[in-house]
Write a protein that binds this ligand. Structure first.
Ligand SMILES: [Mn+2]
Length: 441
């Protein structure tokens, strides 16, 4: 599948070539680098998503060159074998591995990049590289551009332009293949097991991190090597903080607990949020807000259809949330006028959906000129409305203050509608009440 993606990229580059020679372009992609944390310790390494999408290669300090029509269209520059490093941190693929296991037509040690790059690019007219993606390669590319400009003045082949390959890859990554959907499905299934453990364990007196540990223990136990993003485990009014990740508080009787978390599998991540009562029973106020958010979420999911547009689930959710804010006596007035004025914004300050895939906020355009993009089969995104009633907002009736609720599912657009990939993780408030705290441990 990695080779197929490189072929698809090559075909797109050829189609975008305006010269007589359709093979006059080349593309450069750079891996993630290791980031030092302190002395001999690095931050956990994760490959850059587009680089992994094109290569399946998960080592740092790697550069690839893709050249349509060349005798060696796929060249990898990798870290060489190092017997000493193999003892300390394990073997690298090396140039042999790049050739044998990763489909490279040629492979060289990364130290040779600076010397080899200029001759490999000497005839290229359209150079694809995302400037700003890597300091070292940025420098090599800008030196090459400067040298080619000088050479062109002396009659050398002209480098016509430097192009960003980002939009091509973003469009490719936006439409998920069957194997990508299978990985997402697995990530979401594992995430569901984590939520199940969290539901069952939850009870007043525990700390947020204890519930997080139960959730993430399932992720790891079932084969997810890491989370797609840091888990948000927010009790009480911290559920009103969208990206609360402190997760250190004790959970008290009467609190809500909001968890927003996703296991990563094969470089694809789930992104699921549930909110439930710590003691297993919603208060009437919590339940009233919960029912509004759930209705908004269901309306958003129902609006997720091929041929609809990206904004439609958001618009459907906002209508329900605004009506709900009126019913709760937080807003008053005509629903259409309130929506027109963004009156819901203090209580619902994020949008309802984002693309989902290798990155939790995955790549892909949201708008085509004026309109939001049309939904087509293979697109995957979240639907995640919420209401966040600040503990400090004196315009909110006192018993509602501090209630924060978000419900989030992962939706795949299909030929005849959609598939809610996280549907098996309960959102029904009665179902949640019956499962919360049911573990004896
Ligand atoms: Mn999300």
């Amino acid at each position: 599948m990695f080779a197929e993606r490189r072929v698809q990229l090559i075909e797109t580059m050829r189609a975008l070539s305006d010269s007589s020679d359709a093979d006059s372009s080349a593309a450069i992609f750079v891996s993630a680098r290791e980031t030092p944390r302190n002395s001999d310790v690095d931050y956990e390494f994760r490959q850059e998503s587009t680089f992994y999408y094109l290569t399946g290669f998960d080592e740092p300090d790697t550069v690839i060159l893709i050249r349509p029509g060349a005798e060696a269209p796929f060249i990898m520059f990798v870290r060489p074998h190092d017997p000493q490093m193999a003892i300390w941190v394990g073997a690298r693929a090396g140039t042999d591995g790049a050739l044998q296991h990763y489909g490279a037509d040629e492979a060289y040690p990364i130290d040779e990049l600076e010397a080899r790059l200029p001759p490999l690019l000497a005839q290229v007219e359209h150079l694809y590289y995302t400037l700003g993606s890597d300091d070292e390669v940025d420098t090599l590319v800008s030196e090459h551009v400067a040298n080619r400009r000088q050479q062109a003045q002396r009659g050398g082949p002209r480098l016509a332009d430097l192009r960003d390959p980002g939009p091509i890859l973003e469009q490719m990554r936006l439409l998920k293949s069957e194997s990508e959907v299978a990985s997402l499905t697995r990530a979401i299934a594992i995430t569901g097991h984590g939520f199940d453990a969290a539901f069952r364990l939850t009870r007043p007196g525990l700390h947020e991190y204890e519930v997080q540990a139960a959730l993430e223990a399932e992720f790891r136990r079932l084969g997810s090597p890491r989370n797609g993003y840091p888990s948000i485990v927010a009790a009480a009014h911290d559920s009103c903080i969208l990206h609360y990740t402190t997760n250190r508080k004790q959970i008290h009787d009467g609190d809500l607990l909001l968890i927003d978390a996703g296991a990563e599998v094969d470089y694809y991540t789930a992104d699921v949020t549930r909110t439930w009562p710590a003691n297993g029973r919603f208060t009437p106020e919590q339940r009233a807000v919960y029912d509004i958010v759930l209705e908004a979420e269901r309306a958003g999911i129902a609006a997720s259809q091929p041929g609809a547009h990206f904004d439609h689930p958001h618009n459907a959710a906002v209508r329900i949330l605004t009506q709900g804010l009126v019913d709760l006596k937080i807003l008053e007035g005509d629903i259409d006028a309130l929506i027109e004025d963004d009156a819901y914004r203090p209580f619902y300050m994020h949008s309802t959906s984002h693309w989902l895939g290798m990155d939790v906020h995955d790549v892909g355009r949201y708008r085509d000129s004026e309109d939001s993009v049309e939904l087509i089969p293979g697109m995957c995104f979240t639907v995640e409305p919420g209401l966040y009633l600040s503990p400090d907002d004196e315009n909110i009736p006192q018993p509602l203050r501090g209630i924060g609720i978000r419900i989030e599912d992962d939706i795949l657009i299909t030929a005849d509608g959609h598939n809610n990939l996280s549907e098996h993780i309960p959102t029904d408030p009665d179902a949640l009440e019956s499962i919360v705290g049911s573990s004896q441990n």
